[in-house]
Design a protein around this ligand. Sequence first.
Ligand code: C2E
Ligand code: MG
Ligand code: MG
Ligand code: MG
Length: 282
Amino acid sequence: EVKNSGKNNFCIFDKAIEEKVERAARLERDLRGALDRNELYVVYQPKVHLATQKYCGAEALIRWEHPDLGFISPIEFIPLAEEAGLIDRIGDYVLLDSIEMLKVLNFKKDEPFSIAINMSPLQLERENCLDSINRPILHSGLSASRFEFELTESAMLKTNETHSFEILKTLRRQGYRINIDDFGTGYSSLSYLQMLPVDVVKIDQSFVRDLTEKAANKVIVESVIKIAATMDLTVVAEGVETKEICDYLTSLGCELAQGYFFSKPISSKELKELLSPPHGAG
Ligand code: C2E
Ligand code: MG
Ligand code: MG
Ligand code: MG
């Protein structure tokens, strides 16, 4: 009925919001015990050096398998973890898993391989931030150069002139690399990169996905690669899904790439198999 449709639409809309709020509240509540119930785990997505096509690292990505609701995306539960004050514990968990992973992989000193860990800006604000990173890593005997910490461009921009900015600078001095994640989505200018305590620029997948079709994306990606080179920054293209895009990025001189074309995020066991020589060899 035309007359009532406005009101009905409103009700449907209202209900959708209510369901969303209820789901968020439930997830936040369930997340509190999720770590202790072993529902959270870490997967690793390999990163490839394009010129040599060799694996040079991996990104640690958190996963939550909810017993009733199934797989919950970190895009949905990380903000809830931040809100619930659980993000430090999750961060500690991902760091410990990454340390174990690196210990098992047991690289030789001259073999370049590092694990990139995503960081919420809130983790930089915790009182013992540096200690929470340095203590387990020092204890493991692993070199700081095996670790990269990723912050999204928008989170990075907010650290300017704050204590977090100093923390990032200290981490770099201590030998960790700092990555700016989802670059291109935070609306900072390319020249601003120079001011940031950053070693690696990860071009957001929205620019990479239709790189070979969209002229505008070509221009953006090409500029980032060129300017990053002059600033001595490493570039990673995120979300590489096809050979065509991989080849195009290689021709542009993009150093590193990550995406389903090379590998989806995989378990630590699968990563170990991927990196070890074929069965029976060596
Ligand atoms: P991100 O750090 O930008 O991670 C890249 C995301 O893109 C991952 O999604 C990855 O699975 C996905 N991806 C990789 N290659 C491809 C591809 O070729 N095509 C497509 N379509 N997607 C690809 P995921 O694992 O769902 O993570 C989403 C976001 O959640 C991450 O974005 C990161 O911001 C956040 N996140 C994940 N793990 C953690 C964590 O341990 N701590 C924190 N603070 N945030 C995390
Ligand atoms: Mg990331
Ligand atoms: Mg990203
Ligand atoms: Mg992202």
